[in-house]
Design a protein around this ligand. Structure first.
Ligand SMILES: Nc1ncnc2c1ncn2[C@@H]1O[C@H](COP(=O)(O)OP(=O)(O)O)[C@@H](O)[C@H]1O
Ligand SMILES: Cc1cn([C@H]2C[C@H](O)[C@@H](COP(=O)(O)O)O2)c(=O)[nH]c1=O
Length: 245
């Protein structure tokens, strides 16, 4: 964890006590990580956490990377959405916060969606913001990629977060069992090789005769047995969809 960036004395969160004298007894900030498969409600929870903090007068900064909507926002399938700062692999999250302070804004907490795409170094920057600048960080991301491997950002968050929670909303496999694994489906075929990052949705396959065209790449959440067998279920194009490449 490298170079420390301290908040300016008048704008850092310790200068704006929510209750009591946080300068003398600063409440410890936390790095909290919420994770699960696609479609389990991560973005919804991110927006709920933001809502609950902001209505208590706290100032938040929302960041994301590669939201499905292709816009700089956090969007939930429930219909909620909020503007967010789009970051990339080169973003220094400490500088992002420091720039907000320099512009005269408070940043009491950070909401980070799509946190699986963070580099391990960016996760360490989040930890530094918590420990040195008393900014609360709430990160939301996928547990595993389409090959069932931890994303590097997820792995680092599991290693250093103060609190880790698997999201409790069950996404169901087509068979009715809880689904925990994200299958990538390309042109109707489940694949097990390719780039780690391919932004796409979980839109179901279209039924025969429906108008429009299915997206070339989509994801489908499966239980472990059907992930291992590569079975996408009765609405998919039939048996034998697994590409063994
Ligand atoms: N029409 C709907 N009515 C109620 N809940 C919905 C509806 N559409 C989506 N959802 C809920 O939203 C969840 C997906 O939320 P979202 O925050 O987009 O997930 P994630 O960010 O984890 O991919 C679904 O699992 C489902 O519980
Ligand atoms: C499994 C997996 C997913 N992705 C992408 C696909 C989506 O754009 C996001 C996850 O979005 P959600 O908010 O959780 O629905 O991640 C990827 O790039 N690589 C993968 O292996």
């Amino acid at each position: 964890m490298s170079e420390e960036i301290a908040p300016p004395p008048l704008l850092g969160p310790s200068a704006v006590p929510a209750s009591g004298d946080r300068r003398r007894h600063p409440a410890p900030a936390h790095l909290r990580f919420f994770h699960g498969p696609m479609d389990c409600g991560k973005s919804t929870l991110a927006l709920q956490v933001d809502h609950n903090h902001s209505r208590q007068g706290r100032q938040g900064l929302l960041v994301t990377q590669g939201d499905r909507s292709a816009a700089p926002q956090i969007s939930s399938r429930v219909g909620l959405r909020r503007a967010a700062v789009e970051i990339d692999g080169g973003s220094d999250l400490r500088l992002l916060v420091r720039d907000r302070w320099a512009d005269g804004h408070r940043v009491d907490y950070l909401i980070v969606d799509e946190a699986q795409f963070l580099s391990p170094g960016q996760v360490d920057q989040l930890a530094e913001l918590v420990d040195e600048s008393h900014v609360d960080v709430y990160a939301f991301g996928l547990t595993t990629d389409f090959r069932t491997r931890l994303f590097p950002g997820t792995q680092r968050l599991l290693e250093v977060a103060d609190d880790v929670q698997r999201i409790q909303v069950e996404v169901l496999c087509w068979c009715g069992l809880p689904g925990l694994l994200n299958a990538r489906v390309v042109d109707g075929v489940m694949v097990r090789s390719g780039a780690t990052v391919v932004v796409a949705d979980t839109a179901p396959p279209e039924l025969p005769g429906e108008a429009g065209s299915s997206p070339a790449v989509r994801y489908q959440v499966l239980c472990r047995r059907h992930y291992v067998r590569g079975e996408l279920g009765p609405t998919a194009a039939g048996p034998g969809q697994l590409a063994l490449s």
